[in-house]
Design a protein around this ligand. Structure first.
Ligand code: C2G
Length: 145
């Protein structure tokens, strides 16, 4: 059984995430997703819209995902690879060459898959914000009488 391991925040789940997970699963038989906890997101300087539990629930509903584990810190990856017997660590190409992943090649295969262009959690948030009517316009003047 070939076991694949990947990491991520997976906030505001979108088709870029799904395509990554689909391709990652196609590389083996069992896909483990190490999902960034809310506390680790703070360390990463990110604030997810959905909580860890909500993001975990959504990931577990995806047919390609076999197991979701918490990602609490940058340093856990070697122990993850050993504990879960991962044969391959897969990430999107935005991580290619990163010192956060390349070193794992001493322990397992490390693969970077092309990132899906045109979609990201940040873009979704920005597009929604820009299309959001100015909130001030909604505040009606105080009644005079
Ligand atoms: N991804 C993608 N295409 C997109 C957006 C994301 O292929 N349009 C991939 C990313 O490359 C990553 C995965 O989907 O492999 C999850 O993306 P994020 O939730 O943004 O993950 P990130 O914040 O990069 O967290 O320790 C590593 C971090 O936890 C990775």
């Amino acid at each position: 059984m070939k076991r694949i391991l990947t990491y991520g925040t997976y906030d505001l789940l979108h088709y870029g995430h799904i395509r990554l997970l689909k391709r990652a699963k196609a590389l083996g038989d069992y896909l483990i997703v190490a999902l960034s906890t809310d506390e680790f997101n703070e360390i990463k300087g990110k604030k997810a819209y959905h909580s860890y539990e909500e993001r975990k629930e959504m990931l577990e509903a995806i047919r390609y995902v076999d197991l979701v584990i918490p990602e609490d810190n940058w340093e856990q990856k070697i122990s993850d690879v050993e504990k879960y017997h991962a044969d391959v660590v897969v990430m999107g190409s935005d991580w290619a060459g990163s010192d956060k992943f390349d070193y794992l090649s001493d322990y397992c295969e490390v693969l970077y898959l092309d990132r899906t262009e045109g979609v990201s959690t940040t873009k979704i948030k920005e597009d929604l914000r820009l299309n959001e009517p100015n909130k001030d316009e909604k505040i009606l003047p105080e009644p005079q009488n």
